[in-house]
Design a protein around this ligand. Sequence first.
Ligand code: GLA
Length: 722
Amino acid sequence: MDLSDAHGQCWLIEMRHSAYKLGINPEGRLLHYYWGPRLPFVTDYPLNAPAQYDDVHLQRRLNWEEYPPATGFHFTEPALKVTFADGTRDVRLRFDTVATSASTPSAGKRDQLVLTLRDEFYPLRVELHYRTYADHDILERWAVLANDSDQPLALESALSATWQLPALSEGAYRMTHLTGRWAAETQISQTAVPLGRTILESRRGLSSREANPFCMIDELRDGAGATETHGTVWATALAWSGNWKIACDAVADPARLTLSAGINDYDFAWQLRPGEHFTTPTCIGTFTTAGFGAASRNLHAYQRDIVLPRAFAHQPRPILYNSWEAVGFSVNDVNQRELAARAAQIGIELFVVDDGWFGLRTSDSAGLGDWYVNSEKFPNGLAPLIDEVHDLGMRFGLWVEPEMVNPNSDLYRAHPDWAYHYPTRPRLQERNQFVLNLARDDVADYVLQTLDHLLTQHAIDYIKWDFNRSLTELGWPVAPLAQQREATTRHIHAFYAIVETLRARHPSVLWEVCAGGGGRADLGSLARFDQCWTSDNTDPYDRLCIQEGYSLAYPARTMAAWVSPSPMSHDVNNGVVSMRFRFHSAMMGVLGIGDDLRTYTPQQIATASALIEEYKRIRPLVQDGAAYRLLSPRHNPHSAVQFVSPDGTSSVIFVFQHRQHYWQAPPVVYPQGLRPDLRYALTGPADEADQLPRSGAAHAQLGVHPQLNGHFGSSLLHLQAV
Ligand code: GLA
C-alpha cells in the first residue's frame, strides 16, 4: 500500500497493479473516488468522487458514500442500519480521525488505514479498516462499530463493505457468481447485471452450496465481456461462514454499480450495549485488467500467503484415504485395518475414518452428539487402529459433526433444550438431525470440551468437520428478547472460536471443513481450516465443472478431491471411467482416494500406486503454483487446466476429453504463464513435434497437441525448463 494523504482530505491506497482512493467532502462525508488500475502518477487519480446525482427536487444524494448508512436519500443497500435508544433510525456519519500503521511479519509488509467516523449526534463510532499486502492486489476491508454512549443501541444491518464501481461510459456490467446444490456445488453462473437490485445470499445458517459468498463483475461491451486472459474484472469475497448477503445495486443514470457485502441482515440484530463494539467479518476486493484468470490467481495467492492457517499454509497436503464411499456407516476395526493396509501399499499418507465410528451410529438416524467410540465396531477403542495406521507410516484422521445432534442420542435425551427451537413449534429435521445452539455459552463449551477430550485421548492427526443441514427454527428461548436475533451470528463466532482454540491446543492437527459436500467453502472457513471438501459428487467428469467453479475463488491446495469407485457408489451418473481419468480429475486438487481398495486387483494397485507417485512429484506445482484454466469443461468436449511453479520453470497441463465425437482431433492447448525466454522440454502423451525443446513464447504461440483417446480420455503433460 502506498498511502498518501495529500491534503489531509483524501487517501490513496496503491497495490501492485491496482489502486483505491477515497476522501472527505466539505461536509465531512467519506466518499469513494476510485477503484481501478494503478496509474503512473499520484496526481493521475480523481480529486473528487464522481459528480453527484441530483434528483428532480435537486436534493443532493450522497451516492458515493464509502460506507453508506441508512439515512437521507440513500435508497440503495445501506451498509449500516441502527436503531438508537430513543427510536431514531437514521445514521449520519462524519469523518473524525485517521490512523495508519505498517508491519512486516514473515508473510511480507502489510499496511493498514483506519478511518474513524462518528454520528453527528449520537456517540456511535464507526471505524473503517483497510489493509493491503505488499505482494498482493487485494484490499481487505472491515468495520468496527462501537457504542460510546451510556444507552444500548440495536444494529439491524452491519455490512463489511460497500464497493463502488465506476460509472461506465458505454456498455454494462456482467456478474459471475457461484450457485449450486448438493452434488453440484460451485456452478458458474454468468449474467448481465439487470438494472435494479440483485441479491446473492444465504439464509441457511451456513455459507451454503446454493450460493457462495463471492462474486466477480466485468464490463460488457457490445455483448462481449472479459475472458480468462483479458479484460477488466472486479471481484469480492466475504470471510463469513454463516448467513451472508452481497447486494448488487445497478443504477441507470449515471450508470453505476455498488456491491454491498456482509453478514445477512435477514433475521439479524445485534444489541450493542454501552462500551461494546461489533467487528464485521472481512470482505476483500481485487481488481485486474487481465481477465478472470488473473482475478482468480490474485485470490489464490492471497489465500495461500495470508488467509490459510499459517502452520500448514505451505506444507504439502497429504494424500488421504477416506472410508466413506467404501463402507459408509459400517466402519469397524476389521474393515478399517484391511483398508489401511491397502492404503499404505499404494502410497497413501493419511488414513481417515469417516462417519459411523461413534455412539450408536449405524445410519444417519442416531448418534450425533455422542462422541465416544462405538464399542461394538471398535471393541478395544480406536487406539489399536490408530497405532496400526501410524505403524504403516500414515497419519490418522477422523470425521466429526460437532454442531449437530440426532434426536436419538444420549446428548439430546439429556439436553433437548440445547438445539435451536421455538417451544410452540415443531422442530424440523433434516437428515434426522437438529442443530445445537452454539450461541449458548454452555453448549459451545460442551462442544469444545468434547472435541478437546477426543483429541487429547487419541493420537489424531486430522479432523474432517462436517455440517449436514441448514438452520431452521432459530429460537433461543432462554436469551433476552433483544438478543435472540444474534443467534446465527453468535453461532459462527462460537464455531470459529472452538476451531481456533482446538488448533492452539492441538497444533499438529490438520483440519478439513465440510458441509454436506461443499457447503462451507468460504474465506472464513479457510482462515481456520487447511482444506475444504468440495462436493459429495466425486464423479470425475462432474467434478471438472465443480472444480472449475471452485477455482474461480479458491486455490487448489484447499480443494479436496477423491478418486471414487466407477461407477460411483452413490450411483449418481452410472458412468464407467478409467482410473487414469479419475485420478487426473482429482489430482488437480488435494488428492484423496475413496474407492474400496479391498476390491483392487494387482493391476489396479500398480496403476494407483504409479499415479500417486506421479501426484507426489507434481504436488508442489498443483498446490503452490499458479492455476490457468485453459479450456473450460462447461461448453466443450474437452477441458484443460495448467499449473505453473512460482518460478515459472516447470508446469503441468491436465487435458480431458469428455467425449470423442466423429473422430474429432484433440484440441490444441495454448500454455500460459511460461517464461517467454526459457526453453522448455515437454514430456507426456503429445505430438512428437511438441517434444522438441521450445521457448515459453513458442509453446504459447504454437500450442501443444495432446494425445487423447476415446470417451473420458485424459493426458498429463509436463513442461520443464532445460
Ligand atoms: C457428508 C459429507 C460426506 C460424508 C458424510 C458422512 O455428506 O459431505 O463426505 O462425510 O457426510 O455422513
